[in-house]
Design a protein around this ligand. Structure first.
Ligand code: C2E
Ligand code: CA
Ligand code: CA
Length: 456
């Protein structure tokens, strides 16, 4: 009996012990899981709930989704020392929290934020966003540094779709705001189409390149003093069978996100070089300008490919001008500098495009020995109305000449602007007043033998 009772107690104790152990183990596991669960739903930098947390909320219903993107987040994060990006995020989050009016701010990767606006506050959204933008006009102070932060917003107020779809839509709208330099844009059915288009961009581009929907337009450039035709710029065009003409700014930005830009550039380059050869055969020794995305300067085989094309079509390299815009990429890339040097060594002319915009700056000039500086149309088109822009045009012409480069003005839309540029000593002009981008056949038709007698 005694043994039996002892055994029973022992068994009970043993099982209680095992149970307790089991409970302890389970709860440890649960809290570990919970911790992991919260780590999965929390941004480690800001400690704010992330987009996964937002998506897994009950359906957004009649709430509007707002997404905010820091336009220059990557640049800032790369530039700020030590704890800088943490402080940046904290300060941005603090400013955004002001706009959330009690609803939770969510923070995801790369400076993207989102929050919901309840139905009864919808009428105030526009005002809130304008207020927020004003708040971001003031620079942030990070340690010793003052940094400018640019922010854009996307709004989705369609009440259909899953939380994930609606958040994605707000993000697409924010991307669009960045692209179009708007403070905010609303997701629209047209963008729904765009999103689909973006997903199949690669195959659509391939189809368009083979079907002829993508083609090359040529815009003439004239010597401002003698009015002789001195060059043409090749510009990519995409006439989509259902969407109609797609602005190059739109499809080039999309192509630049992948290797598609290489394919597209080689297509334009090939057409441009072939066309230049045809013009030469007609006795027209004029420059052919082709735009090159700075991202392509990182392609080690770019120069070789262009040289092969030039040889194949028997075009002397000095007849080809390559126009480059974005600078940041070149400043940071050894390969890009090498490519530029190789292009020059090959005898190809280099042009700095969009000079005067944020994209092409003075520092660029010290990096590249450009043969040509193209004054951005933004300044040329307004130089008669704005004294400041007039001064920019004037001083850029002087600067080009001091550097031994040709000054080209683009965006000449009327005769008085042309006359003003002539007075300032600008060398070459391009613009709707002189000739629009056109089919090669249209261009050659206007050139017939007296091209040099064409007057502005
Ligand atoms: P961009 O290189 O600055 O080209 C000049 C733009 O100004 C062209 O716009 C042209 O149509 C437009 N333009 C010319 N004259 C006038 C004028 O008198 N008034 C006004 N308002 N505009 C004028 P487009 O063709 O829409 O091209 C836009 C941009 O797309 C180009 O700007 C260039 O950056 C890019 N792009 C076009 N084709 C290519 C290409 O083959 N490769 C690359 N990488 N970029 C390209
Ligand atoms: Ca250009
Ligand atoms: Ca330009």
């Amino acid at each position: 009996m005694i043994v039996k009772v002892l055994l029973a107690t022992l068994l009970v104790t043993v099982s209680i012990g095992a149970a307790l152990f089991l409970i302890a183990a389970i709860s440890a596991n649960v809290s570990r899981k919970r911790r992991r669960f919260s780590a999965q739903r929390e941004n480690p930098v800001s400690g704010l709930p992330n987009f996964e947390a937002l998506r897994s909320q009950p359906a957004f219903g009649s709430a509007t989704v707002i997404a905010a993107k820091l336009v220059n987040f990557e640049d800032l994060a790369a530039f700020l020392p030590g704890e800088g990006s943490q402080q940046l995020v904290d300060q941005v989050a603090r400013r955004l929290t002001l706009a959330c009016h009690g609803t939770q701010l969510h923070h995801d990767l790369d400076g993207t934020f989102a929050w919901l606006v309840p139905y009864y506050q919808h009428s105030q959204i526009e005002g809130h966003l304008a207020g927020l933008a004003a708040l971001f006009n003031a620079p942030l102070t990070i340690g010793e540094l003052r940094v400018d932060v640019a922010i854009a917003f996307g709004v989705n107020d369609e009440f259909e779709g899953s939380n994930a779809q609606r958040l994605a839509a707000a993000l697409v709208a924010a991307e669009r705001a960045i692209r179009t330099r708007a403070l905010w844009t609303k997701y629209s059915p047209r963008q729904k189409e765009d999103a689909g288009w973006q997903l199949s961009f690669h195959s659509q581009l391939e189809d368009a390149l083979t079907s002829g929907d993508i083609w090359v337009a040529f815009q003439p450039q004239y010597d401002i003093r003698t009015h002789a035709l001195v060059g043409v710029e090749a510009l990519a065009r995409w006439t989509h069978p259902t969407r109609g003409p797609i602005p190059p700014d739109e499809f080039i930005v999309q192509a630049e996100k992948s290797q598609d830009i290489y394919r597209l550039t080689l297509f334009v380059m090939d057409h441009a070089i072939r066309s230049a050869t045809q013009l030469r055969e007609r006795g027209l020794d004029i420059h052919m300008s082709v735009n090159l995305s700075a991202t392509l300067l990182d392609h080690a085989d770019l120069v070789g490919t262009i040289r092969v094309m030039l040889t194949a079509h028997h075009l002397p390299p000095e007849m080809l001008t390559i126009e480059i815009t974005e600078t940041a990429q070149i400043e940071n890339s050894r390969q890009a500098r090498q490519t530029l040097a190789q292009l020059r060594r090959a005898g190809i002319r280099l042009s700095i495009d969009d000079y005067g915009t944020g994209q092409s700056n003075l520092e660029y000039l010290t990096e590249i020995e450009a043969d040509e500086i193209k004054i951005d149309k933004r300044f040329v088109m307004t130089m008669r109305d704005s004294q400041r822009n007039f001064e920019v045009v004037k001083s850029t012409i002087d600067l080009a000449h001091r550097l031994g480069a040709v000054a080209v003005a683009e965006g000449i839309e009327d005769a008085p602007t042309m006359a003003l540029l002539e007075q300032l000593g600008c060398d070459v002009g391009q613009g709707y007043h002189l000739g629009k981008p056109q089919l090669f056949s249209e261009l050659t038709a206007t050139l017939a033998p007296t091209h040099h007698s064409r007057t502005a």
